[in-house]
Design a protein around this ligand. Structure first.
Ligand code: SF4
Ligand code: SF4
Length: 366
């Protein structure tokens, strides 16, 4: 795993311009999370000036790759992900990551999913390898483990459209994105290989990915690790863009706001399509929260798997702030199973109903 030296230098000599965009820093006041400090420590370790240590390990893993710092960075086109992954890999190899990270590693290694859940109840082999299907549905680890309602809703929509599909869910192997994001590079490569072999056994036109983190990994990482797919790969947002006009919509008067997930807004730059889809469902058309698109808030992301209390503080902070200035919004929509899970867990009242967009579409078609 290589780091980007130029980007590292920019951060080391920077005056913390992104500091107050870093949600885990705001929640913990741990200065070491922010890019300047973290990259300086990585530099010192690489120069053999200090040894990697558990304190750096904690700081590195408190960064959840939300990429808010990129929005406020003074350098154009900043991508902090490669160096974040590099820093985590450095700490992981030295056995200095928080214990939960090694638990996740063992679960991914032994069961193919981060919870270590027994799989194989609804075997993918029930689908016919000789038949050609319209779609291969890939829910992704976070959907399978945290928000299976997303898959159910998507299948309902496919049924309305009379489309055939292969579903990779219960014995699905993690796509590798969590392993990559947590610095487990070797394991990520192994998971990608298993996944690649599993998916390419089937004949279909298009792979539809339900978890945007998995989608990011399929289109940005697989080829770098030697796995090139020769079929179309889309996220379900692109699927809805194509087919929403073929669905019979019940228009709603709900007051809805859209919570831009970090991976969609800053990672994939998919900002307008979810709003356009909501626009076809809702009579009230203002979906923007105060902080939206590339300035959007973070739900805590994958911190919920390692530091659940901190993740909860972040999600609660967002929900409390929203309640304090907005007495109209009834429904929060997101397009990420992690956001859905983290925000739902942080709700301490029924003030908002929180859905993934695919669930909301499925609830509003006849
Ligand atoms: S990400 Fe940009 S603003 Fe933040 S420390 Fe690095 S160079 Fe500075
Ligand atoms: S990616 Fe997010 S959590 Fe990590 S340093 Fe940047 S703002 Fe902080």
């Amino acid at each position: 795993m290589n780091f980007d030296k130029k980007s590292l230098r920019q951060c080391i000599y920077c005056h913390n311009f992104c500091k107050f965009s870093c949600v885990p820093y705001l929640a913990t006041k741990n200065q070491k999370i922010i890019q300047t400090q973290k990259n300086y420590l990585v530099y010192l370790v690489n120069e053999n000036k200090v040894k990697p240590n558990a304190e750096l390990g904690e700081a590195v893993y408190l960064c959840n790759d939300c990429r808010r710092c990129e929005t406020y960075c003074i350098f154009e086109g900043k991508n902090v992900l490669p160096n974040n992954r590099y820093a985590k890999n450095l700490i992981f190899k030295n056995m200095l990551a928080p214990k939960k990270v090694y638990d996740i590693y063992n679960n991914l290694l032994n069961s193919g999913n981060f919870l270590g859940r027994e799989t194989g109840q609804n075997e993918i082999r029930n689908f016919d390898k000789n038949k050609k299907y319209d779609f291969f549905i890939y829910p992704g680890d976070y959907v399978n483990m945290l928000a299976p309602g997303i898959t159910k809703s998507f299948i309902e929509i496919l049924g309305k459209l009379n489309k055939s599909f292969v579903l990779c869910d219960d014995d699905e192997v993690s796509d590798g994105v969590l392993a990559l994001d947590l610095g487990m590079e070797e394991l990520a490569g192994e998971l990608m290989e298993k996944n690649f072999k599993k998916i390419t056994q089937y004949k279909f036109d298009t792979l539809v990915v339900l978890n945007p983190h998995s989608y990011y990994c399929f289109i940005n990482d697989y080829e770098k690790y030697g796995f090139k797919f020769n079929f179309e790969i889309i996220h379900y947002i692109d699927f809805l863009k194509r087919y929403i006009d073929n669905l019979k919509i019940k228009k709603t008067d709900d007051y809805v706001k859209y919570f831009d997930p970090c991976i969609l807004s800053r990672g994939l730059k998919m900002n307008e399509s979810p709003r356009n889809i909501l626009g076809t469902l809702c009579n009230n058309q203002n979906f923007d929260l105060v902080k939206n698109r590339d300035e959007s808030e973070c739900c805590g992301g994958n911190l919920s798997l390692i530091f659940p209390d901190i993740s909860r503080t972040i999600s609660e902070g967002f929900l409390n702030e929203l309640k304090s200035y907005d007495d109209k919004t009834e429904i929060l929509i997101t397009v990420c199973p992690l956001c859905l899970s983290n925000l739902s867990k942080a709700q301490n009242s029924d003030r908002f109903k929180i859905y993934d967009l695919i669930e909301y579409v499925s609830n509003n078609i006849v």
